[in-house]
Ligand binder design. Sequence first.
Ligand code: SF4
Length: 84
Amino acid sequence: MATQSADRKRCLSCQHWGGERSVGAEPDTVDYLEHNDRGTCNDGGWHGSSRCGPRNACGHWLKWIALDMPAAEPDTPPDATAAP
Ligand code: SF4
């Protein structure tokens, strides 16, 4: 697993990128697999190109919306002290 910061404004952290990725553990980071780091640019500067990867970028970069979503709350176990 590799990680890239959105500060670099590369395809991996772009809203238009269609490759496989997940939100990283650190804020504004993207996790991806180095052997599967290419994806399609959808509606961006390289629209239709499937060769976009961690070293590519363009002036249409738009931050991946998932990076600004609040982190999911961990499952909370039922309160064992609560009255039935
Ligand atoms: S080429 Fe530009 S618009 Fe397309 S995914 Fe990369 S940064 Fe985003």
